[in-house]
Design a protein. Sequence first.
Length: 292
Amino acid sequence: MRNLQNYGALIIMGAIWGAVFPITKIAVSSGYKPFGIMVWQLVVALVLSVLVLLMRRKRLHFHRAHLPVYIGVALLGTVLPNWFSYTATAELPAGIISVIIALVPLFAMPIALAMGYEKPSLLRIFGALLGAAAIGLLIGPDASLPDPSKYWYVLLMAVAPLLYGMEGNFLTYMGDRGLDAVQVLLGSTLVGLICAVPLALVSGQMITPFQAWDAPEWAIIFSASLNWAAYVGYIWLIRRAGPVFSSQVAYLVTGWGVLVSILLLNESYSIWVWAAMGLMLLGIALVQPRKA
């Protein structure tokens, strides 16, 4: 039953996060820049987190022991990876962005093995390699980038999953310290705003809400809300099943992201995309959650 719950959470998070990239593409295509989008993403996360804590009659803990967790999650999970992903999203198809994010478990597993959080297993390594093979199918000659000169942005985007892989292991290392997922997200959101607001102001990227709202503005709010919901689930699952299993959500994000990009943005891909999705799902099945 516990494994079924883990897989169920993984599928739901993958579907939610998969929709974030195509929706974000609508925002960045209007000319909005990373730090401006980031500020409003954090504002939405702040409002939602506060509402949930109020409904649960809980408060945010801001003791010295909690600050490293908030700072680590803010930098590794929001400020740094979002700059890389938003910058790359403005130049690459949303479906390709969804593909590159599947590198998360490939970065998370060697880090977890080195830190002793996961035991070596040929079956689990093979599952991760299937994900790598799926990426190869998606970005190979038959499904390559529309513009070969954009390969620089592929490398830029690859930094984001590296940071997410580091974040998962960081959370495992730090432990919960008496905090639940929403409290962690709220604390890291406050730290993220402290970083993002000055950067948005200095760079001239701040987005004012006092304007006529169209698709790009609503896309920012909608994608931020979806990202918040999936992120809460991700932090919860890391503590429940470990960083490597949780990072397999990247494979599902890829599948859903490609599908939503086709439906929402009319992006087109070859038949190899569907073959890659099959490899991703098989890879998830082979990477079992660690025992509690």
